[in-house]
Design a protein around this ligand. Structure first.
Ligand SMILES: [Zn+2]
Length: 172
């Protein structure tokens, strides 16, 4: 999956997860950050690291999310206000972890090796070294990547419309 597919899949999942919370700043922040970090594991492409190795597991997502969420949350506690700072820190941690987890899901679904066998990853490290990958389509398949992006955008628009509907109908 390329960045479009990952952005679409993360938009789809995070918009669905945020529907119960309605149209709120913190819910929108969660969606935006999840999408922004949905391609973070592929930053290994610009490093000497082997692609789809160290950055493609829940351990990487949890550590990265904890570090960035703590720093921003701490700054928000100092410069804004305590409760807001804690909430923002937690939201950022969950959103970054969510972005990375959705990336792992995308790479489990998609990706072939040069010999056309599924390109498996070890998404559960450090908890389990099980390798998983179905290679349902090629990671570079533009049609499928665009399809994910379109479905993600439609789901996000549904989240926005439903949120507006709830506000105007007094359901929130
Ligand atoms: Zn990847």
């Amino acid at each position: 999956m390329n960045w479009k597919g990952h952005a679409g899949l993360s938009l789809l999942i995070s918009s669905l997860l945020m529907i119960p919370f309605g149209l709120k700043g913190i819910a929108l922040g969660f969606i935006i950050i999840t999408v922004l970090f949905s391609s973070l594991p592929d930053s290994d492409l610009v490093t000497p690291l082997e692609h789809r190795s160290l950055t493609h597991n829940v351990g990487f997502g949890l550590i990265f999310a904890a570090v960035i969420g703590s720093i921003i949350g701490y700054l928000a506690v100092i410069y804004v206000e305590m409760i807001t700072g804690i909430l923002v820190g937690i939201m950022i941690m969950l959103a970054i972890a969510g972005g990375v987890f959705s990336h792992l899901l995308g790479d489990i679904i998609a990706g072939w090796r040069y010999d056309s066998t599924p390109w498996k990853i070890n998404p559960l490290l450090p908890f389990s070294s099980k390798s998983i990958g179905y290679g349902i389509f090629m990671a570079t398949d533009e049609k499928v990547n665009y399809l994910f992006l379109k479905v993600g955008i439609l789901t996000f628009l549904f989240y926005i419309s439903f949120g507006i509907f709830r506000i105007y109908s007094g359901l929130h």
